[in-house]
Design a protein around this ligand. Structure first.
Ligand code: IPE
Ligand code: IPE
Ligand code: MG
Length: 230
């Protein structure tokens, strides 16, 4: 079966998972974190080279201060405690998103994990944190304008392929895009990179989306006929 090079996951439904169990939304986020750990190991085992995950959108700052703080602290906890495992498993971590208005303590851990895992090769984990796809395209356009202005790039040399270099991370396009949690929308996620992605929507809330579910998504991908406009 053909394994996708780049898999992306919109990890949605943590809040509803918790609410349906009479728990606080934060319990759903905590459980979602454990799920991501399992999926990352499984993705690596399956031979997936690039895994992008939507951890926090620019629009998620509209949520209550309590929920935002919980999520940021959860991220810091993971960055601090999982570094050794990531290194042992040869996983490289990169981030996509704007730095503003993330707090210094989050940025510090992000920079640390990026630096400590930069030479790892087996699998790349792209964490989209304070990420928005329209923001990414706007930010990339500004960098393009800058390069044209300073002479690094000729206008006529800009193509849809080399535009990737101006995005937050220069990754291959997404082959398989998974969204858990019942909604059928993109919510401002990787619009440029998903241009020919096979899209897999699944009702399962993210905390319950485990190894078997990823296998099903991969089987779905394996059965697609990708024509790319041919
Ligand atoms: C996804 O779960 C995680 C984040 C957005 C951080 P949600 O928190 O959106 O959960 P639902 O969609 O409200 O159930
Ligand atoms: C998308 O989920 C963001 C993440 C999974 C981090 P949302 O829950 O924020 O998306 P909407 O509001 O349902 O579109
Ligand atoms: Mg949601």
């Amino acid at each position: 079966m053909e394994i996708p090079t780049h898999v992306a996951i919109i990890m949605d439904g943590n809040g509803r998972w918790a609410q349906e169990r009479g728990l606080k939304r934060s319990e759903g986020h905590k459980e979602g974190g454990k799920t991501l750990e399992k999926l990352l190991m499984h993705a690596k085992k399956c031979g997936i080279k690039y895994l992008s995950v939507y951890a926090f959108s620019t629009d998620n700052f509209k949520r209550s201060q309590e929920e935002v703080d919980y999520l940021m602290n959860l991220l810091i906890y993971y960055f601090k405690t999982k570094l050794q495992t990531l290194c042992k498993d040869d996983i490289k971590v990169v981030f996509s998103g704007r730095r503003e208005p993330l707090k210094e303590e989050v940025l510090k851990e992000m920079d640390n994990i990026t630096d400590k895992t930069k030479d790892n090769k087996t699998c790349l984990l792209n964490i989209c944190l304070n990420y928005g796809a329209q923001e990414e395209i706007v930010d990339a356009s500004l960098k393009v304008a800058e390069d044209i202005e300073n002479g690094t790039l000729k206008k006529e040399d800009l193509t849809r392929d080399n535009f990737y270099r101006y995005l937050y991370q220069d990754l291959p396009p997404i082959d398989l895009l998974i969204r858990t949690g019942k909604e059928h929308r993109l919510s401002n996620f990787m619009l440029y990179q998903a241009f020919y992605a096979e899209i897999y929507f699944v009702d399962t809330y993210f905390p319950d989306f485990l190894e078997d579910d990823l296998d099903k998504a991969l089987a779905y991908y394996g059965n697609r006929d990708r024509r790319f406009g041919l």
